[in-house]
Design a protein around this ligand. Structure first.
Ligand SMILES: NC(=O)C1=CN([C@@H]2O[C@H](COP(=O)(O)OP(=O)(O)OC[C@H]3O[C@@H](n4cnc5c(N)ncnc54)[C@H](O)[C@@H]3O)[C@@H](O)[C@H]2O)C=CC1
Ligand SMILES: [Mg+2]
Length: 352
């Protein structure tokens, strides 16, 4: 789908015959859906709905992967009526994206109670039987979702979670009202607008030139080691947050810092993960683990990390002890940082 655009210059408007790209028209359409409740309501007529129950997405089991079923508005209305609810509940849904053909995608949670509606939670197991699927905690389904589905479900779960936690105005105590798309909530009594929020988190893979530093918290799955991560403090730049987190958690001072990529991460609340590579000064590599933050941290050689990337949660021999060592799954940005480090060090690690 393409659009011709109209541009304004010195107060006059001109028709411009530049064809807007599919990406630009899709972006403009999504913007309109967020800004105009009527357009968004109309988009639901031809849209697709993803279903959740208490923040767990509805999934169907296929051979090795989960499939994510979608429902049309009429299918959803039929389902709600079967469970004794009217179609008004659909107004609790949030916009999570659209296709290149402008089919809008929404997410609706059938397990959460909304303060602004009288809709009660629908019975989970009866719904699962009816929908021929299961509501599975997103974290548990991570390994069996393709990257496109997981990104959409991350967005959906984060938005639904945010709305669930922001149903009342923190100033007036009155219920807030969401717009159709779910891109904001407004307090009707004082007009304060609340927008969905994410917390910036830095994640850093520290290297001493030949080894990289990985750490684990006691809450991590057994044997899992990851890069150092931490929430940005108020007033900090990304660079300051990276330096502080590394100093706080392992007692090291960084020399160089390089941005790699970023990722939205929904667990436990929405975070914007900002991933960096960093190096310490040669010779200044002695770790002092902050045991209030971490259970353990250690330097790992190229061979150890390269082997762990290939492995799925098995065991390695280290210092005559058998202990489990694995790295985060492919979908996590920590995995990407570790993979980049291994690829960079592959050549320099070849035997002479
Ligand atoms: N996608 C990925 O590859 C990875 C993501 N992560 C995520 O990074 C996040 C931060 O990592 P941590 O080492 O736990 O952070 P951290 O090192 O800052 O420690 C967490 C502590 O920071 C404090 N804190 C400050 N601001 C906070 C806020 N806005 N929300 C919650 N706690 C706050 C709390 O006391 C909390 O116990 C985690 O939520 C984790 O899920 C962590 C590693 C890999
Ligand atoms: Mg941390």
């Amino acid at each position: 789908m393409a659009l011709y655009c109209r541009i304004a210059f010195r107060g006059k408007s001109f028709c411009c015959y530049r064809l807007l790209s599919t990406y630009v028209t899709k972006t403009r359409y999504l913007f309109e859906l967020k800004e105009d409740d009527d357009v968004c309501r109309k988009a639901q007529q031809t849209g697709a709905f993803y279903l959740f129950h208490s923040l767990a997405p509805l999934l169907q089991t296929s051979e090795h992967q989960y499939l994510v079923p979608r429902f049309s508005l009429s299918e959803l209305e039929r389902l709600l009526s079967k469970f004794g609810q009217n179609a008004q509940r659909i107004e609790d849904s949030v916009l999570i994206g659209c296709s290149e053909q402008h089919e809008a995608w929404f997410a609706l949670d059938l397990g959460l109670n909304s303060s602004s509606s009288t809709h009660a939670s629908l019975p989970k197991s009866e719904m699962e039987t009816e929908l021929k699927g299961s509501f599975i905690e997103l974290r548990k389904a991570l390994f069996q979702l393709n990257p496109v589905d997981s990104s959409l479900l991350f967005t959906a779960q984060s938005l639904l979670h945010w709305h669930d936690g922001h149903q009342f105005c923190s100033r007036s105590g009155q219920p807030t009202k969401k717009n159709m798309a779910g891109s904001k909530r407004v307090c009707p009594s004082n007009k304060i607008i609340y927008y969905p929020q994410m917390a910036p988190v830095v994640i850093t893979l520290v290297s001493d030139g030949t080894r990289c530093l990985l750490a684990r918290q006691s809450s991590f799955p057994k044997g899992l080691y990851s890069a150092l991560a931490g929430f940005c403090d108020m007033g900090e730049s990304v660079e300051e947050a990276v330096r502080r987190e590394v100093a706080e958690e392992v007692g090291l001072e960084l020399e160089r810092l390089q941005y790699s990529a970023s990722q939205h991460w929904p667990f436990p609340n929405s975070s914007l993960m900002i991933a960096c590579h960093a190096t310490v000064k040669p010779g200044q590599t002695e770790i002092q683990v902050n045991l209030r933050e971490l259970e353990a941290a250690a330097w790992f050689s190229y061979a150890e990390v390269a082997a762990a990337l290939k492995r799925k949660g098995t065991y390695i021999q280290q210092q005559n002890q058998s202990f489990p060592f694995s790295v985060p799954p492919k979908l996590a940005i920590a995995h990407q940082l570790i993979k980049e480090w291994v690829e960079k060090h592959a050549c320099s690690s070849l035997p002479d």
